[in-house]
Write a protein that binds this ligand. Structure first.
Ligand code: SF4
Ligand code: SF4
Length: 468
């Protein structure tokens, strides 16, 4: 974090007396804005459409937390896929490390939803409704937080927050459930409604009040960057060798650098910093200062690029070095983890079966010394077709398997829980338990054996010698 000696400010969003300093950046047009805007609009459309897209009848992305099932691009990961998810998560993390080592905070400036929605939707609405940056700053200065224009802006923000909050929820509950809920009274589904209301409120507060502080004080990624960047990483940087000593009247006063101290770069910065102070944690590498400065350079007849994409080494006159420890080790680690993920995914079983104990009593007794055990089977069909799964004993003479539904039909990609009942004599239990083996098969490629311990009457231990 930079402590500006000139201002005594320790945080860009705080005044010296500790009150909030509202950042109202002046828009800066230029080549980077055009590119960022195109990327931002594409990402916004993607975010809104993504939960509605289907792949093999499944959503492209569904994070079903109650069921602990995660679907990405039509592939569902179950709770038993922890290893797969861990490999995928580590791969993504390493990829982010690599991306940051190569291109700095390109994610923050170009693709993070916070930046995309804030800079390309919420701030433009603010400027439009409040009458421009100057008018917003006047409202701040005069503390007119309830001025009609500001209230209108907040009303529009609230509508947007509802849309974004509902879209966010769709990633977790799916669009079918969401469409049902939005057409019903909240009283019919109070819990999801409460979740939606909390998410909407969080979105509203984030974009209306917390804003750039999400990047400055809440987001952990900003704090990582000092460890993830090296002197060869691409950053948005001020060329101090060319710009300093800065001063007004360039050309008129020999000895001055190209920076005319116009402060356009500071006025446009959405995090309120001065890039001329050097690389700072608060800089999200959004390139707005580069566009603003290019505009000034054109006006004063100097070459553009005083603020540009560069690296700390390049600015110091050192040659680029593509091969360095992190650009070698990160790709190696990524290949290792992502390769393991792909192999594990390709060799994953066609069904995921979990045996569960009974609901209620561990076993029940029936007439003539018979013991009944309930065994529940949770069968997840991972394939794209419906399958019928047959449950059978393996070598269990004298025991009877009662399955209300056998074979069990499981639709493509669905998960069901069914029960079977094992009936056998009490004398077959040793030490209060007996281990049995099942086979589950779909008559095709899938066939798997399971061993399961059935609890039974402990008095049978006395008859252990008579049990086969
Ligand atoms: S210093 Fe420049 S690149 Fe960094 S956040 Fe501010 S405007 Fe964006
Ligand atoms: S916009 Fe460029 S010229 Fe103006 S103060 Fe910033 S670096 Fe200097």
């Amino acid at each position: 974090m930079t402590i500006s000696a000139a201002s005594g400010r320790v945080l860009a969003t705080l005044n010296e007396d500790g009150s909030r300093r509202w950042i109202r950046p002046k828009p800066a047009s230029g080549k980077w804005l055009i590119r960022r805007r195109a990327v931002a609009y594409a990402l916004m459309a993607f975010y809104l459409a993504f939960p509605h897209l289907r792949w093999n009848g499944k959503p492209w992305m569904l994070l079903d937390l109650p069921q602990r099932e995660f679907t990405f691009f039509g592939t569902t990961f179950l709770p038993t896929d922890t290893l797969l998810l861990m490999l995928l998560f580590v791969s993504v993390l390493i990829f982010i490390f690599l991306l940051t080592a190569l291109f700095g905070r390109v994610w923050c400036g170009w693709a993070c939803p916070q930046t995309v929605w804030m800079e390309f939707v919420f701030r433009p609405i603010e400027r439009l409704v409040e009458g421009g940056v100057g008018a917003s700053r006047t409202l701040d200065r005069e503390k007119r937080h309830f001025a009609p224009r500001r209230l209108l802006k907040h009303a529009i923000y609230a509508v947007l927050a509802v849309i974004l909050g509902n879209t966010f929820l769709a990633y977790f509950v799916g669009t079918d459930a969401l469409l049902t809920w939005v057409t019903q009274s909240p009283l019919q589904h109070p819990t999801p409604f409460l979740v939606m209301a909390v998410v909407t409120l969080a979105v509203f507060l984030d974009f209306a009040w917390f804003r750039e502080q999400t990047c400055l004080v809440a987001c952990p990624y900003g704090r990582w960057q000092s460890a993830l960047l090296d002197r060869q990483s691409v950053i948005v940087a001020y060329d101090s060798a060319r710009g300093e000593p800065r001063g007004h009247g360039v050309g008129a006063r020999p000895g001055l650098g190209d920076c005319v101290a116009c402060n356009a770069c500071v006025n446009t910065c959405p995090t309120g910093i001065d890039i001329r102070d050097g690389l700072q944690m608060e800089c999200i590498h959004c390139t707005q200062c580069a566009d603003a400065c290019d505009d000034i350079m054109v006006k004063v007849g100097k070459p553009t690029g005083l603020i540009r994409y560069s690296s700390q080494d390049a600015l110091a006159g050192r040659p680029p070095r593509f091969l360095r420890a992190r650009t070698v080790l990160y790709p190696l680690a990524f290949t290792l983890f992502f390769g393991a993920f792909l192999v594990a995914l390709a060799t994953r079983s066609a069904a995921d079966v979990t045996l569960l104990g009974p609901i209620g009593a561990p076993f029940t007794r029936e007439g003539e010394g018979q013991v009944v055990n309930q065994v529940r089977l949770r069968i997840a069909n991972r394939t794209g077709d419906a399958h019928r799964y047959t449950i059978a004993y393996i070598d269990e003479p004298g025991a009877q398997l009662i399955a209300p539904e056998n074979p069990v039909l499981v639709a493509a990609g669905a998960t069901i829980t069914t029960s079977v009942f094992v009936v056998q004599g009490a004398d077959r239990f040793v030490g209060g338990e007996r281990r049995v083996r099942f086979r589950l098969s779909d008559g095709g490629e899938y066939s798997r054996e399971f061993s399961w311990r059935l609890p039974g009457p402990s008095e049978a231990a006395a008859a252990a010698g008579s049990v086969p």
